[in-house]
Design a protein around this ligand. Structure first.
Ligand code: MG
Length: 394
């Protein structure tokens, strides 16, 4: 038997993190040699301590001292580090075959860069890594030995579709969208939409930000940006179609006119297993699609009036890395304030637009660079602009 695959899991207590551990559990039950060598989480000490008991990592990183103390009470001898630097350090220095980055938010970028710089395979669920740091990551991939395996249903599906032809034969990529919780809600009802309405998402089991981002289609815009960097194709060759059943995750049109599409159950454990298994088709006993679910395959264009935030995000994408960092950070804040009840649902799109306008007014003559300092500064300014928008609108 070959030596076990060592996995570092960042963001272990979140939605993707817990599903990753379930995949690891199932892979082991199938005789796959996989080991969790390190875990990183935010502040959910109880869940993390349970994970440590079950998977026995050698090291752990958490967000703050209080969480570290709480985990230490149950695991007194475990080395526990604290903070964002420790997180990036964990990704880069632990002897890992695969780093699963399921951190939520822009703080996921530094660990991704650290892992790639050390030539690691990054199973990437952190969208912001590519959305904010796409150019930096592309440079890393070109110069080093690192590799990215996407943990996102659409991008995993694209990887699978692209196996059907050569890169030069690709005419366009299509990502699908379920349309989120509000696809059929009348437009006049949108101002009264509550967080509970949005979180009752029909298709996927996901974290709260992603679920709200699905309802505004910000998530899909972020995925277009991800695809642009992952597959090195211009935005003109990446389209989005709404498929309400969410059974089709991506399509690729090739130069001869043929389309290749990937269909699968809406279960994030499938793309996770595809990444951890290096593209092998492991039978982990997960759910399957029935023929009933294939009966209706409708594909609709994105309605720009219903989803204004989608176009704002893609507009920002064309203004470079710093503009992307601004709208991404602004969205994080706006979604949080919506979930807290401080902002009406249409305010998310309007706040994004305001943050982008403010940024563009400042940088009208000379767009800033895409070095890390500029991006982190843009991230901060996006957050401030969004907070201002919410406070002034109250
Ligand atoms: Mg997705």
């Amino acid at each position: 038997m070959s030596s076990p695959e060592h996995i570092v899991l960042l963001g272990s207590t979140g939605s993707i993190g817990t599903q990753t551990l379930d995949v690891v559990r199932r892979m082991r039950a199938c005789g796959e040699a996989v080991d969790i060598v390190a875990l990183a989480a935010g502040r959910n000490a109880d869940r993390l301590a349970d994970q440590v008991s079950e998977f026995g990592p050698e090291r752990v990183v958490v967000a703050d001292d209080a969480t570290a103390d709480a985990v230490r009470r149950r695991h007194p001898r475990l080395p526990i580090a604290v903070g964002e630097e420790a997180l990036a350090d964990l990704a880069g220095t632990v002897d890992a075959g695969i780093v699963v980055n399921a951190v939520v938010g822009a703080r996921g970028l530094l660990p991704t860069l650290a892992a790639l710089e050390r030539g690691r395979v990054v199973a990437l669920a952190n969208k912001e890594s590519l959305v904010v740091g796409g150019e930096l990551i592309a440079e890393c991939l070109r110069s080093g030995e690192g590799e990215i395996r996407p943990i996102d249903s659409e991008h995993s599906a694209l990887v699978q579709c692209l196996r059907a032809g050569e890169r030069g034969e690709v005419r366009r990529l299509v990502l699908t969208a379920s349309g989120g919780a509000l696809l059929d809600a009348p437009p006049e009802a949108l101002p009264a939409i509550t967080p509970e309405d949005v979180l009752a998402h029909p298709a996927w089991s996901m974290g709260h930000r992603v679920t709200v981002d699905s309802a505004t289609m910000v998530n899909k815009a972020l995925e277009v940006i991800e695809a642009h960097f992952l597959f090195e194709l211009p935005y003109e060759q990446i389209d989005v179609l709404v498929q309400p059943g969410a059974t089709t995750h991506a399509l690729v049109e090739f130069s001869d006119g043929a389309w290749i599409s990937q269909l699968a159950p809406t279960d994030m454990r499938l793309p996770i297993a595809y990444a951890l298994g290096a593209g092998r088709r492991l039978d982990l006993g997960l759910s399957r699609l029935g023929t009933d679910e294939l009966r209706e395959l409708r594909f609709l264009p994105v309605d720009g009036e219903r989803f204004p935030a989608f176009h704002t995000m893609l507009g920002a994408a064309r203004h470079g890395a710093a503009a992307r960092a601004v709208v991404n950070a602004a969205d994080e804040v706006l979604v949080e304030r919506f979930l807290d009840g401080d902002l009406a649902f249409p305010g998310i799109a309007a706040g994004l637009d305001a943050a982008l306008r403010e940024w563009r007014a400042v940088h009208a003559s000379a767009p800033p660079g895409d070095d890390l300092t500029t991006l982190l500064d843009a991230d901060r300014r996006g957050r401030e602009a969004a907070q201002r928008y919410v406070e002034e609108g109250r």
